[in-house]
Ligand binder design. Structure first.
Ligand code: ADP
Length: 342
């Protein structure tokens, strides 16, 4: 644990919390080269004229105790005394621990969609290499030199929000669906008894949906559409084979649930891309976590619905996909902190 002297030398006294329906995303920064004594998920280096920072991201299921423990471990709280100046809090659950958290620092609340706006503004302005990518069996990094706007954002958290960004300041929530990461987690738990998201992700690597879902090439429609390929492996009926085959392997069911969730969201996303005539569609949110099976399913589904419409659109993904809102709120805070320091 750091003492106060090393704290002020190494940590920026700002913490951002994005508290959602399931997870708390914590974002904070250390000065360059400082070695943390806790595990973080990802890092982003911000190089400025005066000082360089490393922004750290970590998340955990919503829990005040775990949050305080983490803040202690990082060195923000030392012997009950907090070194935090400001908490920037965003997300649907931002009221959750308001009273308890304000004992440790001043609270500034940021609307969750504004937080996403700030996050994209930052990513667009810094034009980091390898921030955006497409996925077709493998990552293909995109070097976007021009502005990313306009685009549609499909944020898959516990539920799904679909936003349209016209430019860096103007955006609207245009749609959403309740069938998102929370549903995937809930149904997976119901079928397998497993609650651990990481374990479920591992199962999607082993599973195949061929035993559970009825696929296009298995459906006899009695006619052959000229645009339809007889060998298509896309899902025609989710869980369509469960009735005939009740003894199914758990991994296969979880894989099938992943297909069900991603196909449905991708179809809605494509329809909005068409409706608003915006080609670029980004997928973000902690449900994705840049997990290869999830990226592959979204790519297959989105590209499939696009092809059915004689278009050639593909989904885009983003590094730090579950932390865009948290990053945006944090960046807002750090800039104010720097201005006040000058
Ligand atoms: P919210 O802000 O609504 O909590 P998130 O973007 O944090 O949304 O995503 C929550 C979803 O992410 C969960 O419903 C689940 O599908 C997925 N997820 C990713 N990692 C975890 C985890 N460690 N524990 C639980 N759910 C997780």
């Amino acid at each position: 644990m750091q003492n106060n002297a090393s704290f002020s030398q190494n940590l920026i006294p700002i913490v951002c919390l994005d508290i959602g329906g399931t997870l708390t995303k914590l974002t904070f920064a250390t000065k360059k080269g400082f070695i943390l004594n806790c595990e973080t998920i990802e890092e982003l280096k911000i190089i400025t004229e005066n000082e360089d920072y490393e922004i750290h991201f970590t998340s955990h299921p919503n829990s005040l105790d775990v949050l305080i423990q983490k803040l202690e471990q990082i060195g923000f709280i030392d012997d009950g005394k907090s070194n935090i100046q400001n908490f920037y809090i965003t997300g649907g659950g931002s009221f959750k621990y308001y009273d308890q958290i304000q004992n440790y620092g001043n609270i500034i609340r940021i609307n969750e969609f504004d937080a996403l706006k700030f996050g994209f503004k930052l990513l667009d302005s810094i034009k980091y290499k390898n921030t955006y990518f497409t996925f077709n069996n493998d990552i293909e990094n995109l070097q976007l030199t021009a502005s990313i706007y306009p685009f549609i954002l499909v944020n898959i958290g516990s539920g799904v929000s679909i936003l349209k960004f016209d430019n860096e300041d103007q955006f609207a929530r245009i749609s959403g669906t309740s069938l998102g990461g929370g549903m995937f987690l809930g149904l997976s738990h119901l079928f397998t008894g497993i609650n651990d998201f990481d374990e479920l992700l591992r199962m999607t690597k082993q599973g195949s949906n061929a035993a559970t879902d009825l696929l296009m090439n298995e459906v006899h429609l009695g006619f052959q559409s000229p645009s339809r390929n007889k060998n298509e492996k896309h899902v025609a009926v989710s869980m369509g084979k469960l009735k005939q085959n009740p003894n199914i392997n758990q991994s296969d069911i979880v894989k099938s649930l992943l297909y069900m969730t991603t196909y449905n969201i991708s179809q809605i996303a494509f329809l909005h891309s068409k409706l608003h005539n915006i080609e670029r569609v980004f997928f973000s949110g902690h449900f994705i976590r840049n997990h290869e099976e999830t990226l592959q399913c979204i790519n297959e589904a989105f590209s499939y619905f696009s092809k059915l419409d004689q278009q050639n659109r593909h989904p885009y993904f983003i590094k730090h996909d579950g932390f865009i809102g948290s990053l945006g709120s944090f960046w807002n805070g750090i800039q104010k902190f720097m201005q006040n320091k000058q």
